[in-house]
Design a protein around this ligand. Structure first.
Ligand SMILES: Cc1cc2nc3c(=O)[nH]c(=O)nc-3n(C[C@H](O)[C@H](O)[C@H](O)COP(=O)(O)OP(=O)(O)OC[C@H]3O[C@@H](n4cnc5c(N)ncnc54)[C@H](O)[C@@H]3O)c2cc1C
Length: 532
């Protein structure tokens, strides 16, 4: 065969590098590992001992369950080794507004909503939105259509101790310790899936005459040759950005946040409840994430440096911390400062190099889509791995098209949260609502949604990250008004009422059957989850 793809070199040992190595090895080499035969693919991962991983990606999507299962990691082992807990969605607090110029809420109504991971009940049979609209004053959209809303609000776990590994009662992803996660992946993937690990610093890159990468040069291990190179080198984007000169497309004019302050806070008592959702609380020039692990909370303030000074952002973060941890602990807290260049590369795949993770792009962590995009990229590479160099450009073209579609949707969906807000205490929020900062496709969709509810027809490509239900949860959680003309058919009305009733019944049935998160995690520590 014309230059078959036999050797894959991954540069970078953060979550992106290890997830890519794990999915490639599980897909292409797992049978050989069992049979102790020579692997079909030689996969080698190089990680610099000098450059630490970014280590802040601590919220995942439900897709992570499939990824871990595919890689062959036991869920019990993962939960215990990575200090992980269950994530059932994101709760948005104080996003809706309005908030006065002095920073006080001008309405007494509770300002929070949930974007849960479970789809609305019977989503594929009937879009329940039109039937919920007449009841919007009485019940929140997510509460009416999804059992997860109330159960997650109560801090109940998404499964029972008798539920098999990776199975669920309510759909879930994880909150995890990012450093421990990369360590577990490394240990499992090198030990069980035969991936070669080289701890060394890549100092240069050599090309073939056609512009393809021939090898990466390391400080202590010489040149490492490959047929395909995966750039997981983090924001530096050493192979795709620096070497192959694929331009970076900034999105800062749409999504302004470019700075973050992060801190880890131990619980005041070991029995403190573990929240089931990432809490995202809006601030005057950004928002604060709050991720609950079994042993600590990871908290951070993402903000726009064009709108806020670092000291003002610090002050708001300390005020947030003092509420739960007391003024003394908040005063003592030391923050890690991170810079974000919001944007992505113009392509993720050029010649024989594909970038995955921060090397391909990153825009602020609202909705925590970065690891989900890593999983999509690694799964796509592994499923569509070109057989040889001759067909690689065809695969690359398709992957690049899907990559840009995903970015367009991520940008649009994140921007939606800001555009719908009525907060008015700072230019930050006004600037977000300036139509010149809003993607054209989002402006059009918002116009349509004034008269029709979001549906699958709004999404033009398959394999989407955010389905129509995500738009519904955010729009109606934020109080968006849709005015439908005409009424619904009586038979559908009856069906919808049945489904609302079924949802309420499921909540009543499940409520006494589910432990809170901490209790379930303690049981898992003692007994493990069944592996079927
Ligand atoms: C503030 C913030 C919050 C975030 N929160 C979330 C979240 O909640 N959920 C989520 O999904 N994502 C989140 N992310 C994104 C997430 O952290 C990353 O997507 C994820 O950690 C993957 O990073 P990475 O592996 O691409 O890069 P990194 O972790 O930066 O790894 C880069 C690797 O490249 C190696 N390397 C670099 N240079 C060289 C060299 N010359 N030679 C050899 N090796 C080299 C390094 O040693 C390292 O191993 C967040 C990001 C930020 C900034």
């Amino acid at each position: 065969m014309d230059n078959p793809i036999r050797t894959i070199v991954i540069v970078g040992g953060g979550a992106a590098g290890w997830i890519t190595a794990g999915l490639l090895a599980a897909e292409h080499n797992a049978d050989q590992a069992v049979l102790a035969e020579k692997p079909k693919l030689n996969i080698c991962l190089i990680e610099s001992p000098d450059v630490p991983i970014i280590g802040v990606g601590e919220g995942t999507w439900p897709s992570m369950r499939l990824t871990l299962q595919k890689i062959g990691i036991s869920e019990t082992e993962f939960l215990l080794c990575c200090d992980a807990s269950f994530k059932q969605g994101s709760k948005f607090i104080n996003w809706r507004g309005p908030v006065s110029a002095q920073g006080a809420a001008t309405s007494t109504a509770s300002d929070s909503y949930l974007h849960p991971f479970s789809l609305p009940i019977a989503q594929h049979e009937l879009n329940l939105c039109p039937f919920w609209l007449p009841h919007q004053q009485d019940v929140a959209f997510a509460d009416a259509v999804c059992q997860q809303f109330q159960l997650a609000e109560l801090g109940l776990a998404p499964k029972q101790i008798a539920t098999a590994e990776y199975s669920f009662i309510n759909n879930y992803g994880y909150h995890l310790n990012a450093g421990k996660f990369s360590q577990l992946l490394q240990q499992h993937i090198t030990g069980k899936l035969g991936v070669r690990y080289i701890s060394d610093h890549v100092t240069a890159i050599r090309n073939h005459q056609n512009g393809d990468i021939a090898s990466v040069c390391t400080r202590d291990h010489g040149d490492i040759d490959g047929d395909l190179f995966v750039d997981c080198s983090g924001v530096r984007s050493m192979l795709l950005g620096e070497h192959l000169q694929v331009p970076f497309i900034s999105q800062q004019h749409v999504l302004f946040n470019d700075s973050a302050l992060a801190v880890q806070m131990p619980y005041a008592t070991p029995e403190a409840p573990i929240a089931s959702c990432t809490h995202s609380t809006a601030q005057s020039c950004g928002w604060i994430w709050d991720i609950a692990l079994p042993t600590r909370r990871g908290i951070g303030h993402v903000y726009s440096s064009a709108h806020s000074s670092q000291s003002a952002a610090e002050q708001q973060l300390r005020a947030y911390l003092s509420r739960d941890f007391g003024a003394a602990a908040a005063d003592k807290a030391e923050f890690r400062q991170l810079s974000i260049a919001p944007g992505h590369r113009a392509l993720c795949w050029k010649n024989n190099c594909i970038a995955i993770g921060m090397a391909a792009g990153f825009i602020e962590p609202l909705e925590a889509s970065a690891l989900a995009l890593v999983e999509w990229s690694a799964k796509t590479l592994s499923n569509q791995l070109p057989a040889n160099r001759a067909v690689m450009d065809i695969v690359a073209k398709r992957v690049n098209r899907a990559f840009l579609q995903h970015w367009a949707q991520i940008i649009e969906f994140l921007k939606l949260h800001y555009v719908l807000s009525q907060r008015a205490e700072h230019d930050y929020w006004h600037d977000h609502r300036e139509s010149s900062s809003i993607p054209e496709s989002l402006l059009e969709a918002l116009q349509l949604w004034r008269y029709q509810v979001p549906s699958a027809q709004d999404i033009s490509h398959s394999d989407v990250l955010f389905p129509a239900a995500s738009y519904q949860y955010v729009l109606y959680g934020m109080g968006f008004q849709t005015q439908l003309s005409g009424s619904q058919k009586p038979s559908l009305q009856r069906k919808a009422q049945q489904l609302f009733q079924e949802n309420r019944q499921r909540i009543q049935t499940l409520r006494p059957l589910l432990d809170d998160n901490r209790t379930l995690l303690q049981k898992i520590r003692l007994h493990g989850l069944p592996t079927i």
